[in-house]
Design a protein around this ligand. Structure first.
Ligand code: PHE
Length: 470
């Protein structure tokens, strides 16, 4: 450790970084969001574009974010600001993005927690499981109560600090999730009629692909890998000096992508085997999966509990990391103590999530920028801020950090070989910013929610102009 490292908590074991980063990456994004986006965007073609985004852009941006974090030894906002105050906004935008994702993520986390219990209390015996889901999420009390339970668990873990809380929880949760999911996937592909689902997943139909599809895939890649908003910058600042950046980045990306594909393989074959619709939308996992389990007979409830336990665990390790970004910001930049930062954030988030949850019931007529609160928090982050955040981090690392410094950081001052350094550097400096810019501009312009897109872009511009005051 060098001097500037003193006093900052670091991951206590080598595997700690991988597990915590994979814990952040693997979450509702893989299991709840990836399948329904795949279903809505026509299946295989979307998956191929998604994989291209992950491999061409995701891995390189992961390496860039970790290097930036470890080099500066600061969480996202501080890392940019250390270079120049004109860049402060890029870090603060990430914190804002994390905060807004946390405006709806615990709602879905709460659904998952609830479904873990409902799996054994009669949900699977219902004659219309899809309608049950609609009634459940539109409720004024039940989903709010589960959301609060979920949020409290979250706050409690983050309040305990990096190694005590985040790392310990991840070490237990991640392997459990993986094993559970493989069981569910095996059951799904062995159902009679599973072939149609596999064809949907692996035989591309390019006819419905447009700019918005590619933006959805890019946004999903950033969302799923926890990139473009400072999480991996912040986690990078906890990587010990001897941690190997490139190899760990590939491992984490591979883990994240396999869980998403596993979720697809777990859901679609069974879905087609039972003659259901792949376009069920955000309710896909909750409305369709329990229905699939219900038809499995004796073992159905067991599989269902396992499934939602895994989903809840995956969600928790992700939202812990989101909360960590906000908390690290309040600690590093505003000098708050960890406990008070967590407490204050927790209270504000509770209010936001109540609004998000009620936007599917009581407040369903209330619209901001043409959509309800839940969709607003989701779209503005996933379809606008993350792509811009990814663009900014690539430009910053490629053009404003010294090449020698990057090489030094990525190779641990020469101790680790990284033969692809030049290729990576070229990609992060030229190829990736251009690619993201093209996808973001065409994608944002083709969004149906025009006022929301305009508002998002306006917020980023305003933050950029007032960067020095942030
Ligand atoms: N990657 C997480 C998921 O897939 C969500 C997330 C997004 C976490 C952005 C952190 C940052 O569910």
């Amino acid at each position: 450790m060098n001097d500037t490292n003193m006093g900052r908590e670091k991951w206590s074991s080598k595997i700690g970084l991988i597990l915590a980063a994979a814990g952040s990456a693997v979450g509702l994004g893989n299991i709840w969001r990836f399948p329904y986006l795949t279903g809505e965007n026509g299946g295989s073609a979307f998956i191929i574009i998604y994989l291209a985004c992950v491999i061409l852009i995701g891995v390189s941006v992961m390496i860039a974010e970790w290097s930036l974090g470890r080099r500066t030894n600061l969480a996202s906002a501080g890392a940019y600001k250390k270079h120049s105050k004109s860049w402060t906004f890029a870090g603060t935008l990430g914190v804002l993005t994390a905060f807004l994702i946390l405006g709806f993520y615990p709602v879905v986390g709460g659904w998952s927690l609830a479904y873990m219990f409902k799996s054994v209390t009669g949900l699977l015996n219902s004659s219309d499981i899809g309608a049950e889901f609609g009634n459940f999420i539109g409720g004024n009390f039940e989903p709010l109560a589960w959301m609060v339970v979920y949020l409290v668990i979250n706050v409690f873990i983050v309040a305990r600090g990096v190694t005590q809380g985040l790392e310990k929880a991840s070490v237990i949760m991640m392997p459990t999730l993986f094993v559970l999911f493989i069981l569910v996937a095996i059951r799904s592909v062995t159902l009679p009629g599973a072939e149609a689902g596999l064809a949907f997943l692996f035989k591309p139909d390019w006819s419905s692909v447009d700019g918005a599809t590619v933006l959805a895939a890019l946004g999903q890649a950033f969302f799923s890998l926890s990139l473009g908003m400072g999480i991996m910058i912040t986690y990078g600042s906890y990587i010990p000096k001897e941690g190997e950046i490139p190899r760990n980045a590939v491992t984490v990306v591979a883990l994240d992508t396999s869980v998403a594909l596993l979720a697809g393989v777990a859901i679609f074959p069974a879905l087609f085997a039972f003659g259901m619709e792949p376009t069920a939308g955000a309710g896909l996992v909750f409305a369709v999966v329990p229905a699939i389990f219900a038809e499995m007979g004796t073992f159905g409830p067991l599989f269902s509990v396992i499934f939602f336990a895994a989903l809840t665990l995956a969600a928790l390790t992700s939202s812990m990391s989101l909360l960590e970004v906000v908390v690290a910001y309040l600690m590093d930049e505003k000098g708050m103590a960890r406990k008070s930062a967590v407490a204050i954030t927790g209270v504000v988030l509770t209010v936001m999530n109540i609004l998000a949850s009620l936007s599917m019931g009581l407040l369903s007529d209330f619209k901001i920028f043409g959509v309800g609160f839940f969709v607003f928090f989701d779209y503005i982050t996933d379809k606008v801020f993350l792509a811009i955040g990814g663009f900014l981090v690539a430009v910053f690392v490629g053009w404003f950090m010294k090449k020698e410094d990057l090489k030094d950081e990525i190779t641990n001052s020469g101790a680790v070989k990284f033969g692809l350094f030049e290729a990576w550097y070229f990609a992060i400096k030229f190829v990736i910013p251009i690619l993201i810019a093209i996808v973001a501009v065409t994608g944002i312009m083709s969004l149906e929610e025009k006022s929301l897109a305009a508002f998002g872009v306006f917020v980023v511009l305003a933050m950029g102009i007032f960067s020095k005051k942030l």
